[in-house]
Design a protein around this ligand. Structure first.
Ligand code: NAP
Length: 281
């Protein structure tokens, strides 16, 4: 539980989340709790933006130190970034901007990163060594792309599966990995299963992306869906003897990586985790 109050005065450093819409975002809760817990003079606010160019100019002009970037801007924001992190470039999406020194306008460069893959890897690494692990990734959307490239960074061997075969094969080709159709998954041998599809999300929370009978072969199953926190996939994976990781872990650790990029300080992970868990409940 956070007991400390936020300490904001005229010298506060400002952060936020750029997207459209942003009113459902859990990031303000998580980052403001972190500033408060460390007694930092920082504040994080929702920033609904439709015109990205004006939005980024505004952030620089107003002295924002960094922002999260969410749907629908993760790809388009890249054209306004001065220095792009190489992994974010490979993924083709940015979810974090760091905006250069507030005191020195000439140094107000915009740095772009992707911390979604960092969050997913850190969540998985709590349960398994990724280097050399065989990971089956379900899905071929934005999250699958970030997680796929992240797993390759960590030295995992990946395989992809997706409902729309052409889209799945295309991403698999870009990642340099094999593709397996959903109805042939019983032939796949892997250590880890990661669901990056939205199957199982409220209100369709009676659905699972795969048949329970294939689950026992995986040591670890991670679902990035976080509403509900315990999806049907995770319930069935637990019943099949797998270790499970819920969607809150990736959400938490992508935010932890953002906080550390912005502040250069170790994030108060437990505080951030507790407020997220409280909000999701
Ligand atoms: P996206 O780009 O729209 O991709 C959606 C994926 O889900 C596609 O592969 C799509 O397959 C698949 N899919 C959707 N409905 C399906 C169905 N009925 N049957 C089979 N496959 C289906 O979405 P995204 O941005 O990657 O996000 C995916 C999920 O991850 C969402 O639930 C989101 O809330 C969650 N998420 C969680 C975190 C976290 O930090 N925990 C972060 C980001 C996203 P097709 O290609 O066949 O359409």
């Amino acid at each position: 539980m956070v007991t400390k109050q936020m300490m904001i005065n005229g010298a506060a450093e400002t952060f936020g989340i750029v997207g459209n819409p942003v009113h459902h975002s859990l990031s303000p809760t998580m980052h403001n709790a972190a500033f408060a817990a460390l007694g930092m003079n920082g504040v994080y606010i929702p920033l609904p933006v439709s015109d990205l160019q004006k939005g980024v100019e505004g952030l620089k002009a107003l002295g924002f130190r960094g922002v999260s970037v969410t749907i629908p801007h993760k790809k388009d924001i890249m054209q306004y970034v001065d220095v792009l992190d190489p992994v974010a470039a490979r993924i083709g999406a940015v979810n974090t901007l760091v905006i250069g020194n507030k005191e020195d306008a000439a140094d107000r460069f915009v740095y772009g990163y992707n911390t979604d893959w960092v969050g997913a890897n850190r969540a998985l690494m709590e349960k398994i060594e990724l280097k050399g692990s065989r990971v089956l990734v379900l899905g071929a959307g934005g999250s699958a792309r970030a997680i796929g490239y992240g797993l390759l960074e960590a030295g995992a061997k990946i395989m992809l599966s997706n409902r729309t075969v052409a889209k799945g094969r295309d991403l698999a080709r870009q990642l340099g990995c094999d593709f397996c159709p959903l109805d042939e998954l019983e032939n796949v041998n892997a250590d880890v299963l990661v669901n990056t599809t939205s199957v199982g999300m409220t209100p369709a929370d009676d659905k699972s992306p795969v048949d329970q009978k294939i689950l026992s072969k995986f040591s670890v199953v991670m679902d990035i869906v976080y509403a509900p926190l315990v999806t049907r996939l995770l319930r069935e994976a637990t019943a099949s003897g797998c270790e499970v990781i819920d969607g809150l872990s990736m959400l938490l650790y992508q935010g932890v990586a953002q906080f550390e990029l912005w502040t250069g300080r170790d994030a108060p992970v437990e505080v951030m985790q507790n407020v997220l868990r409280e909000r999701i409940k």
